[in-house]
Design a protein around this ligand. Structure first.
Ligand SMILES: [Fe+2]
Length: 589
């Protein structure tokens, strides 16, 4: 049975194709289009169909991770209370909601017309957004029975659910309505701190480690009621303005800050630390409460809120690492997979396979396709005819302190670069953090870089859980670890870590091993291959454009190697553009 799973039309849209309950292809629309999109994820749908070499009429089901009408009804009910205290604001809210409903129904109609044009027999089924988040977590977890907590800003009128998964069934215990949304408050504080709301929450997370949680109790008083484990906003801290809820004077007085004007650095740090710690405590207490009442030990997490690695790492410490699970794509994109799994397991009652979720589900390109793009771009490159030569070339560059774009195989599905669309560097290279930041990433000084290590070597240098295989949690460097590696630790002693499994990414695993033979440890800096502000690269053209438009020193793309410092550094050879010949230099004209 072929199921096409689609996200809601709001943001981070994606498509996933499942065959008999196994995810065969998945990609975010933004990565293909190269800018934020909303609506029907046409490009992602087309990729999934092309990958399976099928058309829409060969699908058995199309499932959508949103129910627009139910979402509208829930949001309208939640905002009805506003009409008593601010009728004008309530009217504006309602007008905005009707516009959103019309847009979403229009998108749904577009999808159905797309299907009809192809004479497809598959019905379009709409599913609850948070149920899809829950399914993406539980059905990809190794657990037979577990608590499931989903939290995001808002999806179908909810900001979260608490559920129990057992076998192929999900049972909802509690629904958390919008506006009782931890993720929304976190975004508003992100704005207050000086970053972009709904974009830069990851920055607030890392920034929180720089300050003291001076105002934690203010946020705890604002976001939950005594005796209630669920988030619940104290409305005295908010007031309606221009159709939206904003912080009230009571809030600004509590955090000792003027409502207008920039915060100083210490104040921003304290606010970031306070919201981070308050959210951590509320979520941690919520999970502890429901684990106890449901007599469970294990918990699955999903929703954009759980892309906060500091919270996940804390939960792993508290509930033991093997008891906490997140899917590779915990945010909205992952609901495309979740919708498919919910339909397959919960609705069709099909048994769960014993396979681990994959991440290399995106587009993959043939060597000739890559060579054509290289030739067209008039790039000088060399062909490394064997895997050994390719690894040697990459290791030579990394040893020389070069920053290397590493583009291999299929693109990752999910927010992390896991060794197929990565920028790599030696942690021991001089000024490497500064060079990565100044010439490529343009990131704030407090944001950490991740280190990749073969999974079986991890224990020598780090403490880490299996969630680090998809960079969904943090590790800790051992105190006897190499001082350079220790230097990548966060202020709280944790470290961003990518555990590389031999089975899931054998090529990247071998690169780390080869690098380890001539370095203090088999550890490489791994950061996402993209230009500042752009999604992860997908196509060879994306990669070559990013390589030439940034300070990346060299690029190893499939078996081709490019270097800005002279091809001789990559490999010795003579010009011969045929890709079947060993170790040659090419030059497109
Ligand atoms: Fe969501």
């Amino acid at each position: 049975m072929r199921i096409l799973g689609l996200t809601s039309f709001k943001h981070d849209t994606a498509a996933a194709l499942l065959e008999d309950g196994v995810v065969r292809a998945a990609i975010e629309n933004d990565k293909l289009v190269r800018h934020p999109t909303r609506g029907v994820p046409d490009n992602a749908i087309q990729f999934c169909l092309d990958d399976a070499k099928i058309t829409l009429n060969e699908l058995d089901a199309i499932v959508l991770a949103t129910d627009p009408i139910r979402g509208w009804l829930r949001r309208s009910a939640a905002r009805a209370t506003l009409s008593h205290i601010a009728p004008l604001a309530a009217a504006r809210c309602q007008a905005d909601e009707i516009e959103r409903l019309a847009r979403e129904i229009g998108d749904l109609r577009t999808l159905k017309q797309l299907k009809q044009r192809d004479a497809a027999g598959a019905k379009v089924t709409t599913l609850d957004h948070h149920a899809c988040h829950a399914a993406s977590a539980f059905f990809q977890s190794p657990f037979e029975r577990a608590l499931i907590v989903t939290l995001d800003k808002e999806g179908d009128g909810l900001s979260g659910t608490v559920a129990v998964g057992q076998g192929t069934k999900l049972r909802v215990l509690k629904r958390i309505p919008f506006t009782d949304s931890l993720a929304w408050i976190y975004s508003e504080v992100t704005r207050l701190v000086g970053f972009r709301a709904h974009e830069d929450e990851h920055k607030t997370q890392w920034f929180s480690l720089e300050g003291e949680p001076t105002f934690k109790d203010v946020f705890l008083g604002m976001m939950r009621k005594p005796g209630d484990p669920l988030p619940c906003l104290n409305h005295s801290f908010f007031e309606p303005r221009a159709g939206q809820l904003v912080f009230s004077n009571k809030f600004y007085e509590a955090i000792k800050c003027p409502a207008i004007g920039e915060l100083n650095g210490d104040h921003s740090r304290a606010l970031a630390s306070s919201i981070q710690q308050a959210c951590t405590e509320i979520v941690s207490d919520l999970i502890a409460h429901f684990l106890k009442t449901e007599s469970l030990d294990q918990v699955c997490l999903a929703g954009g809120f759980f892309q906060n690695l500091l919270i996940v790492a804390h939960l792993e410490d508290k509930f033991r690492s093997g008891n906490v699970f997140l899917p590779p794509a915990p945010g909205n994109a992952g609901t495309a997979v979740g919708a498919g799994l919910l339909f397959w397991h919960h609705q069709q009652q099909k048994p769960r396979p014993q396979t681990m979720p994959g991440v290399f589900l995106g587009p993959k390109f043939k060597p000739q396709e890559i060579k054509d793009v290289l030739d067209n771009s008039k790039a000088r490159y060399s062909l490394q005819s064997t895997e050994t030569r390719k690894l040697d070339a990459a290791v030579e560059l990394l040893k020389a302190g070069k920053i290397v774009g590493w583009y291999q195989g299929a693109a990752e599905f999910g927010p992390r670069a896991l060794g197929n669309r990565s920028v790599l560097a030696s942690p021991w290279a001089a000024f490497i953090k500064e060079n990565l930041n100044d010439y490529i990433k343009h990131r704030e000084w407090f944001r950490p870089f991740a280190l990749a290590v073969p999974e079986e070597d991890c224990d020598v240098y780090f403490e880490a859980s299996s969630l680090c295989r998809v960079m969904n949690s943090l590790g800790r460097a051992r105190t006897n670890c190499d001082p350079t590696v220790l230097g990548f630790s966060l202020p709280d002693g944790r470290i961003r870590l990518h555990l590389v499994e031999r089975n899931s990414n054998p090529l990247f695993w071998r690169l780390l091993k080869r690098f380890g033979e001539c370095s203090p440890a088999p550890i490489l800096l791994n950061t996402s291959f993209n230009l500042f502000g752009e999604p992860l690269v997908v196509t060879p053209r994306d990669a070559i454009r990013s390589y030439f438009c940034s300070g990346i020193d060299a690029l190893v793309i499939d078996n081709f190697a490019l270097s800005k410092h002279g091809a001789a550094q990559v490999v010795a050879g003579t010009r011969a553009p045929a890709i079947s010949e060993p170790a040659v230099l090419g030059r497109g004209e």
